[in-house]
Design a protein around this ligand. Structure first.
Ligand code: ZN
Length: 203
């Protein structure tokens, strides 16, 4: 049997009735204020971390929280950005990386990418982050380097995000804010990037 049927039945019986009015109001429209871009990792649950309800976050889940810069062939991530910014008119974009990210770890163990052509090609969108991390954090090792690289990657993906014309236009107008988050799975903490201090601080 499909292992999720029991969960679905519990949802129908216990969860849906409690929030039926909300779900029905959402049935024909959504008006999220935030695009939340994060990794596909099963341990990252945006709605749980942010304590948001259905209809509040437009989510884009993608390996490594990577955002192709403008000029790359359009794809799923750029479509999500374009739709969120131009159609849904979101006011915030959060780019959220996380601890123990497999995509970031791949840089420490490139041998594990053997045979994973799609992943190897995709994570090239983190090339500038890895270049900076190798230069800036050569004194760090193991998990410390991984955390530093992941944070550098968040900064790099924020830069990629700004290259998209629809994002650049809204940022210039002051009608869009972008945030970089680092979520620590084991600690349950979020560090947010402070562009003025050029560093992450705990929230
Ligand atoms: Zn990840």
């Amino acid at each position: 049997m499909n292992p999720f049927v029991a969960g679905y039945r519990k949802f129908r019986k216990e969860v849906f009735p409690k929030h039926a009015a909300r779900y029905q109001a959402l049935a024909a429209q959504q008006n999220p204020k935030t695009l939340f871009i994060t990794c596909a990792d099963s341990r990252v649950m945006p709605s749980m971390i942010t304590q948001t309800q259905p209809g509040e976050l437009f989510q884009c889940r993608v390996v490594g929280s990577l955002i192709p810069a403008h000029g790359n062939p359009p794809g799923g991530v750029t479509s999500a950005i374009e739709y969120a910014v131009m159609v849904l008119n979101v006011e915030n974009i959060v780019v959220c990386g996380h601890s123990d990210c497999g995509a970031m770890r791949a840089f420490l163990h490139p041998e594990k990418l053997e045979g994973l052509k799609a992943v190897a090609s995709w994570i090239e969108h983190a090339d500038s982050a890895i270049a900076v991390a190798k230069e800036q954090y050569q004194h760090l090792e193991g998990d410390e380097f991984l955390a530093a690289l992941t944070k550098e990657n968040i900064i790099s993906q924020l830069q990629h995000l700004r290259t998209h014309p629809c994002v650049a236009t809204r940022l210039r107008k002051g009608t869009l804010r972008i945030f970089g988050w680092y979520y620590d799975i084991g600690e349950g903490t979020v560090d947010q990037y402070d562009p003025i201090l050029e560093s992450f601080r705990s929230e």
